[in-house]
Design a binder for this molecule. Sequence first.
Ligand SMILES: [Zn+2]
Length: 94
Amino acid sequence: MPETKCFVKNYMEDVVWSFLPNVLAKYPEACDCPICKHDVVAIALNQLPPRYVAREQGEIYTKLNTLEIQYRADVYAALTKAIMMVSENPRHDA
Ligand SMILES: [Zn+2]
């Protein structure tokens, strides 16, 4: 059996990152530095159900769109809440 590089991936991470710019665009007052963006994504992901899938390296994404549509409202809500939380209490000086 040939050695295949498999790994486990949380699809929800990709979905949250792909939605982030759209949601941030609605909050021009929110900081979009890397620290705040990663805090926002971490907070949002903690509110969302993980969706782990086994993958092989190089495998092409095919299910992402379906998942995006299925969880769109939840992801938007989680990101909005996370942006509010981080804006109110950023980890760096304003
Ligand atoms: Zn920031």
